[in-house]
Design a protein. Structure first.
Length: 261
């Protein structure tokens, strides 16, 4: 049993689990509000056909309405307050109450897990933040969403009911400095050790920048993935880091090392 994971940049990941496709925090356009994407928009072939979408919170770089509408009439799973807001904005929001699993298709199930991301509150959108656990085809995936480090993350395997085979963990942001409620590469490595992840793919780095990004320190967008990989080797030697470029995919087996697609 395995899961195919394709990183499309920022927090957007396509998971193919047991023949069921899920997309996390879809950003499918060249921009998110004022923020700009490095490189072109993701290829349609890489994300179409989703059975469900997971939205961790409603910041514009995670819940970009035009991108959500591009995915078509698919359920968008989120915290209940976020789902209600999405439903009033032309998206099929489906609230996941805390502690409940939802079957997407076949044996693929999803539930929320805690995240802490209270900085930069939004005045016109709910501010709930959550991570997700996906189980199916003998594989357990944890998508952290946006979160800072906190002791409650140690409960992720308990809430999942199984060891974490694959962690999709944020390691940066859209600027060289991180605000609160985020993980830097070292914190992300420690969190992966805390949850006992077998394989970890870093996300939320190297993709978005402010319009004046050319004036920022050169090379800052490329540091997150390498820094995370180095931190994992130091802080979490039992975790296998798997650094992807936007658009790149790997197949993760819960027993074997990730294989090329």
């Amino acid at each position: 049993m395995s899961v195919r994971v394709r990183w499309l940049g920022h927090a957007t990941v396509v998971l193919d689990v047991g023949g069921v496709r899920l997309v996390t925090d879809p950003l499918l356009l060249p921009h998110a509000g004022l923020l700009r994407r490095r490189g072109g928009a993701p290829r349609r072939a890489d994300w179409r056909g989703a059975a469900a979408v997971l939205v961790s919170h409603l910041h514009h770089d995670h819940a970009e309405l035009a991108s959500l509408r591009m995915l078509g009439p698919v359920p968008v799973l989120a915290a209940p307050s976020s789902a209600h807001w999405l439903s009033t904005h032309g998206v099929d929001g489906v609230g996941l109450p805390e502690g409940r699993w939802r079957t997407v298709a076949g044996d693929v199930r999803v539930r929320t897990v805690p995240a802490e991301h209270g900085h930069r509150p939004m005045p016109h959108r709910p501010n709930a933040a959550t991570g997700f656990v996906v189980r199916g085809a003998g594989v357990t995936v944890w998508f952290a969403g946006d979160t800072g480090p906190f002791p409650g993350l140690a409960r992720v395997p308990e809430l999942a009911g199984a060891p974490v085979d694959l962690a999709l963990v944020p390691v940066g942001g859209w600027g060289p400095r991180l605000s609160g409620g985020h993980l830097d590469p070292v914190e992300a490595a420690r969190v992966c050790a805390l949850v006992g992840a077998r394989v970890a793919v870093p996300v939320h780095w190297g993709t978005l920048h402010a319009p004046a990004g050319r004036r920022l320190p050169p090379g800052w967008m490329d540091r997150g993935g390498r820094a995370f990989e180095a931190a994992v080797h130091r802080e979490a030697p039992d975790v296998r880091p798997c650094v992807l470029a936007p658009g790149e995919a790997v197949v993760v087996d819960p027993v074997r090392v990730p294989a090329a697609p």
